[in-house]
Design a binder for this molecule. Structure first.
Ligand code: GLO
Ligand code: MG
Length: 349
């Protein structure tokens, strides 16, 4: 526990969180809300950070010249400045293009790997143009559908080589690895924060290689998100979070934060608070999906509500009786400790 003044949290989300509701079984059911119009929504919803994919900033990036990319980046930077928003990070969207159908950095094809590297360089340039120091690598297709498809050992070498190349390309950029165990691949090469942190320590500049933990991704790996966060925090490597929720081991649901397991959400907030997360400007990022059933354009209730649940849980953490917790830990009376947590959450204690 630190005794400094409480963190005044700031929040971020990505434009993809305002969606048209498509799922694998049905097409869009809401009209698209123009991308450029999303920026004016942020502040009203209580957010001041924007998470970006490279092509959220520069649509059609593959067909543009470096000068055009720079120009478009500057135009988005101006919008952010005008709205009083900050770019939290930029992530190369390496899971859409035909060149990355079998992964980018770990593809067996040298041409595809070169394409992935080009997109990565462009993303770093964009991040620099937006004054963001974070490059998020969600290694979506860096894995396999069948184990024999790639040489896993070589794939890890290639991932490390990529991280080192990024560190060489820009002396300030930080690599924030967002682990996820599966989906879209059957098995990913960087499934947990432990794997990401191992890559960090193996890299040429561990101080600039960190992690972004998404609650649902940890749960999909069968792990507790708060423990995953604690692990990253213990190494000084929790650069960002994607808070959300997940109802069991199924597809990645991106449910509202705390909506499935309030106690697990409380524990994530508790760990973040106990370790002073946010004190160095880290954002509370949300990666939540609007329900397909939700009407209206644009849909934003899921963002507002997840933020609200987070803030309620901050209150719950700040009013949690730490002395009682210590006593019950010392007495090893975990039955009583559990009841105390449950009653605190229920508001009956
Ligand atoms: C999908 C990921 C995705 C990333 C985003 C930023 O499962 O969570 O939403 O967070 O693309 O890289
Ligand atoms: Mg995410």
């Amino acid at each position: 526990m630190n005794n400094e003044s409480p963190v005044d949290y700031r929040f971020s989300f990505g434009p993809w969180n305002i969606s048209e509701g498509a799922d694998p079984f049905g097409p869009e059911i809401r009209e698209a809300y123009p991308h450029e119009k999303k920026f004016v929504l942020y502040k009203k919803l209580g957010f001041n950070g924007v998470q970006f994919h490279d092509d959220d900033v520069v649509p059609g990036i593959d067909d543009l010249t470096p000068a055009q990319v720079e120009q478009q980046t500057a135009a988005v930077k101006k919008i952010l400045d005008d709205e009083g928003l900050l770019a939290e990070f930029v992530a190369p969207r390496l899971w859409f293009a035909p060149q990355t159908v079998d992964g980018g950095y770990t593809s067996n094809s040298a041409t595809d790997r070169e394409y992935a590297w080009k997109r990565t360089q462009q993303s770093i340039d964009i991040a620099r143009g937006l004054n963001s120091k974070g490059l998020v690598l969600w290694l979506a297709r860096e894995g396999t559908y069948i184990r024999e498809a790639k040489n896993a050992r070589e794939a890890y070498d290639r991932l490390l080589e990529t991280v080192n190349r990024i560190l060489d390309y820009d002396s300030e950029i930080e690599v924030w690895i967002e682990p996820k165990p599966n989906e879209p691949t059957d098995q990913a090469y960087v499934p947990t924060i432990g794997h990401a942190i191992a890559l960090s320590y193996a890299s040429k500049c561990p101080d600039r290689v960190k992690g972004l933990i998404e609650s649902a991704h940890a749960m999909l790996a069968g792990l507790d998100a708060s423990d995953e966060m604690a692990f990253a925090l213990a190494h000084g490597k929790l650069a960002s979070v994607h808070l959300n929720d997940q109802n069991g081991l199924k597809y990645d649901q991106d449910k509202n934060f705390g909506s499935t397991n309030l106690r697990a959400a409380f524990n994530q907030v508790r760990v973040l608070e106990e370790n002073g997360y946010g004190r160095n400007g880290e954002f509370i990022g949300l990666d939540v999906k609007a329900m397909r059933t939700q009407a209206g354009v644009p849909v934003t209730a899921h963002l507002e509500n997840s933020r609200r649940i987070f803030l309620h849980l901050v209150e719950k953490v700040r009013t949690w009786d730490r002395n009682r917790e210590s006593e019950l830990r010392a007495a090893r009376d975990y039955e009583a400790l559990e009841l105390a947590v449950m009653e605190h959450l229920l508001g009956v204690a």
